[in-house]
Write a protein that binds this ligand. Structure first.
Ligand code: FES
Ligand SMILES: [Fe+2]
Length: 363
């Protein structure tokens, strides 16, 4: 099968991703290597690694990448993301959360310090040219923004550029005071390809059709999409001023009734800013037709919870899941291959498809 995917730069003549992108196993595997391994991933927040010398193993995208990573906060409070795989014969090093200044492999005793630097290995005195640089644990690039942690797997762009631009726009919010809210945090499982979920997120076109209640509070005619390099922004305008952001005078959005800033970072992260805080959605592929969506909320103003555009996130989510799962059934048809874009309403989806085609076609 020809796995080439072309999406035209010009939305007026472009076609959407072909159905094979969502259903072909070979393409799904290529997506791991060419997209997920070349991007940044949101991991959680600093509260998960709050103590000095805490050593926390995580599995990045279980059932998909299954990348073993260990997060360590050292005595100077620096946080490192290291490969959790022993450089001798590949044993998993840290199996559970613990307090430790060293990492010692339980297989043959190789030891590393808490920066991942090789320190000691029994019975290797006669081994020549040892230790080499590659005996150290691989250190992943990482970035902390407002206590949210991001990790890069050989990323093809800089996450700080993306987050700085986001901060320029929504920096008037008290983001230094966000607190994780477990009650509002949830996992959803859907029978659909991860990218179909993103496609749906990236347009407000469907709002009047799919989300009748949300449509009552959003001013659909003003819905707006702004495209940037590796992220885009959808702005939801509210009908009721009291449910919108209080935007400072000096800000370019001053005077507008904005109810939500919906940011999406390529390929699978959504940062939704509301007057009460942030709802983060991470779309985790499980197979080519199953995904898990993490919903994590961070609150800075409890009094504004459950108002306006974020009134019933659960209901909106169920409505989105239903439509996305229907599309999953539709694209299996032998008679559907691709569609076209609305230049006024589907800029975000086009941007996503363009990035996918660029990353996939990158040698
Ligand atoms: S695999 Fe770790 S010491 Fe052998
Ligand atoms: Fe939706």
């Amino acid at each position: 099968m020809n796995n080439k995917i072309h999406v035209d730069n010009d939305i007026r003549i472009a076609e959407t991703l072909p159905a094979k992108f969502y259903k072909n196993q070979e393409i799904f595997e290529i997506v791991k290597e060419k997209i997920f391994l070349r991007c940044w991933h949101w991991i959680g927040d600093e509260s998960m690694i709050s103590e000095k010398n805490l050593t926390l193993p995580i599995n990045l995208y279980p059932e998909f990448l299954d990348e073993p990573i260990v997060i360590i906060r050292d005595e100077k409070n620096d946080i490192s993301f290291l490969s959790n795989v022993c450089t001798h014969r590949g044993n998993i090093l840290v199996k559970e959360k613990c307090i430790s200044k060293k990492i010692t492999c339980s297989y043959h005793g190789r030891r590393f310090n808490n920066k991942g630097v090789f320190e000691f290995m029994p019975e290797f005195n006669e081994t020549k040219n040892f230790p080499r640089e590659c005996e150290n644990l691989y250190k992943f690039p990482s970035y902390s923004w407002k206590k949210l942690l991001f990790l890069g797997l050989n990323p093809g762009f800089k996450i700080e550029n993306v987050l700085n631009k986001i901060e320029n726009r929504i920096g008037f919010l008290p983001l230094n005071y966000i607190k994780p809210d477990l009650k509002l945090s949830k996992d959803y499982y859907i029978d659909a390809n991860w990218a179909l979920y993103c496609d749906n997120y990236l347009e407000g076109f469907h709002v009047p059709f799919v989300h009748k209640d949300l449509n009552e509070v959003l001013d659909y005619k003003n819905y707006q999409t702004e495209i940037d390099d590796f992220f885009n922004l959808q702005i939801g305008y509210g009908k009721n001023k009291s449910e919108c952001f209080e935007i400072p005078k000096s800000h370019k959005d001053f005077g507008k009734n904005i109810a939500a800033y919906y940011y999406w970072i390529f390929p699978n992260l959504m940062l939704n800013f509301y007057p009460w805080g942030i709802s983060i959605n991470l779309v985790c592929p499980l197979s080519k037709s199953k995904s898990k969506i993490l919903f994590r909320s961070y609150v800075f103003n409890e009094s504004k919870l459950n108002l306006g555009a974020s009134g019933d996130l659960d209901k909106v989510e169920i409505e989105d899941e239903e439509i996305v799962q229907n599309v999953q059934k539709g694209i299996k048809s032998s008679f559907y291959s691709t569609g076209r874009f609305s230049p006024s309403m589907e800029k975000g989806v086009h941007h996503f498809h363009l990035l996918i085609s660029k990353f996939l076609n990158n040698k």
